[in-house]
Ligand binder design. Structure first.
Ligand code: Q9C
Ligand code: ZN
Length: 519
């Protein structure tokens, strides 16, 4: 499918409205809005979302000359129509069989035209409420080459350009749906976990409604890529915790499992301890740093699937997609080498980065983490690595979860000295300070010169209305962030991390992805 960008309200004069409507549906994903009664016309809406496009297809009749072969009957283009109602009004002013192909027809229903096209004298107004048609021949000629382009000889630069942009692969799986019924403890109270299946559902449906995305299932990658980042004993305990908890009667299966003891570094003191319990749900307390990582029957498979989602997205980019989105759930950036936490089980982003090194032939991989929280797990995994850059913008841990990492002084060590960088942000930070920090981070990415796709840990808990965050980004800001990152010119793998304002999550993800794929 093609993707329409920068097309503002086009009107196409076509030989056959049915065929044209079908074409625009199949090739560009336009949805039909309306077939006005008594008119050979179709009104359609583009899938590109955000920048909202409408399209009017008007049949000019069979006596009009044939378009070039393969040009699907496109005769005329027009642009700058304010609303679909304007289109309808304009259409009534045009005889149903206007179709003399050698000359263009101008219609200016609200008559604010100020200039004429030098080629055809069609009047074209400065007002967006003016409809004008012009220069059909040039447009049709270039059609097959990837869409109409403005006639270069014309000083009239049309607003409309149809760009051939492949849909963005969105890798998603339904496996996360069973990772549900989760609870967390907040201020001593048990509440439904913010990290819910509806999050991924909301994002997926927003992207589907917007169009321009290709939804794909992940392929299985097995445990090897996970074991390149996480310790085998973590996997063993995580995998078996639920069944052991059930078998031991520690849970009746109706509630998420949250262990009751946590093995802190401070626990042993001078002691040499003699062992660990055999049951994995009890051992789990040595592999968690908080109570925000509940386990239910579907958790293990969901976490495995999230890794497959991430790796499949990375593969799409590795074979040439400029951008792919892994709709990971559960998220990953709080999960460390042998530690779960913060709604995270496997560190999807770290696994992708390591996989790009080992399997993707990359020598330098950069990870940009824009979740509200510091990605303590990712930072830990690559702390001493000279081949992986980890950059994180987040709420200052002096006031925000996870509290114990993400300070500006943390910069990596050994080979990784200087290759971890943190930008703690004050409460209430809006796009301005955010963009300043981001620009700094992007300069470091450039200096590092990755030879692999940029891995983006994307959280939308930086949103102004996020229930657990206190930054102040707005939906449109994510598009701006996307455009800034896009400026690097690197291919990109976007992996879903946090974001809990359910009603805005889809729009925010759409905005980021739209910015990331902007021209
Ligand atoms: N109720 C991500 O955004 N907070 N994780 C728990 C106790 C945990 C956030 C506070 C926040 C984890 C991926
Ligand atoms: Zn977060």
């Amino acid at each position: 499918m093609f993707n329409v960008t920068r097309l503002n309200h086009a009107v196409l004069w076509v030989r056959d409205a049915d065929k044209a409507a079908d074409f625009y549906h199949r090739v560009f994903g336009f949805e039909e809005l309306e077939r006005p009664q008594g008119m050979r016309a179709a009104f359609m809406r583009s899938p590109s979302g955000g920048n909202h496009h409408d399209l009017g297809l008007f049949e000019v009749g069979a006596e009009a000359p044939r378009p070039p072969r393969g040009s699907v009957g496109l005769y005329h283009l027009a642009w700058e129509v304010g609303t679909i109602e304007d289109l309808a009004a304009a259409a009534k002013a045009v005889p149903a069989t206007t179709g003399s192909a050698s000359r263009c027809t101008a219609v200016t229903p609200t008559a604010t035209s100020s200039r004429s096209c030098g080629r055809c004298r069609a009047r074209r107004g400065a007002s967006t409420r003016t409809l004008a048609l012009c220069c059909r021949s040039t447009w049709t000629r270039s059609w097959r080459a990837g869409g109409p382009v403005p006639p270069s000889s014309s000083r009239e630069a049309p607003v409309a350009t149809l760009a051939r942009v492949a849909p963005v692969p969105v890798i998603r799986s339904g496996a996360h749906l069973a990772h549900t019924g989760l609870i967390e403890l907040t201020g001593g109270r048990e509440i439904p976990c913010w990290e819910s299946p509806e999050r991924a559902t909301a994002i997926e449906s927003a992207l589907r409604a917007a169009g321009g995305f290709a939804f794909e299932e992940p392929t299985e990658h097995g445990r090897e890529p996970i074991l390149a980042v996480h310790d085998a004993d973590l996997l063993e305990v995580f995998e078996g915790a639920w069944t052991d908890a059930l078998a031991a009667g520690a849970t009746d299966g109706s509630r998420a499992w949250i262990p009751d003891t946590y093995l802190l570094a401070a626990y042993p003191g001078p002691m040499t301890l003699g062992g660990h319990p055999a049951l994995r749900h009890q051992r789990l307390g040595a592999y968690l740093f908080d109570t925000a990582t509940p386990i239910v029957a579907g958790t293990w498979s969901a976490a495995l699937a999230a890794v497959d989602v991430a790796l499949t997205a990375a593969e799409r980019v590795a074979v040439g997609a400029p951008l792919a989105y892994g709709l990971c759930r559960p998220p990953g950036h709080h999960a460390a080498r042998r530690m779960l936490g913060g709604y995270c089980y496997f560190n999807n982003a770290a696994i992708v980065a390591e996989w790009l090194r080992r399997e993707g032939g990359a020598r330098r991989v950069a990870i940009l983490d824009i979740d509200y929280h510091h990605g303590n797990g990712t930072q830990q995994v690559f702390w001493e690595r000279g081949d992986i850059l980890y950059l994180s913008l987040h709420a200052d841990p002096g006031r925000a979860y996870p509290y114990f990492s993400g300070y500006a002084a943390e910069r990596g060590s050994g080979d990784g000295d200087g290759l971890t960088r943190n930008w703690p942000l004050p409460a209430g930070a809006s796009l301005d300070p955010y963009a300043t920090a981001l620009a700094e981070a992007l300069r470091l990415v450039e200096a590092f010169a990755p030879d692999a796709p940029l891995v983006i840990s994307a959280g939308f808990d930086t949103f102004e209305r996020d229930p657990i965050g206190d930054l102040a980004l707005r939906t449109a800001d994510y598009a701006e962030i996307g455009r800034m990152v896009r400026g690097l010119g690197l291919p990109m793998v976007v992996l879903q991390e946090g974001g809990y304002a359910l009603d805005a999550l889809g729009d925010n993800a759409l905005a980021l992805l739209t910015g990331l794929r902007s021209a």
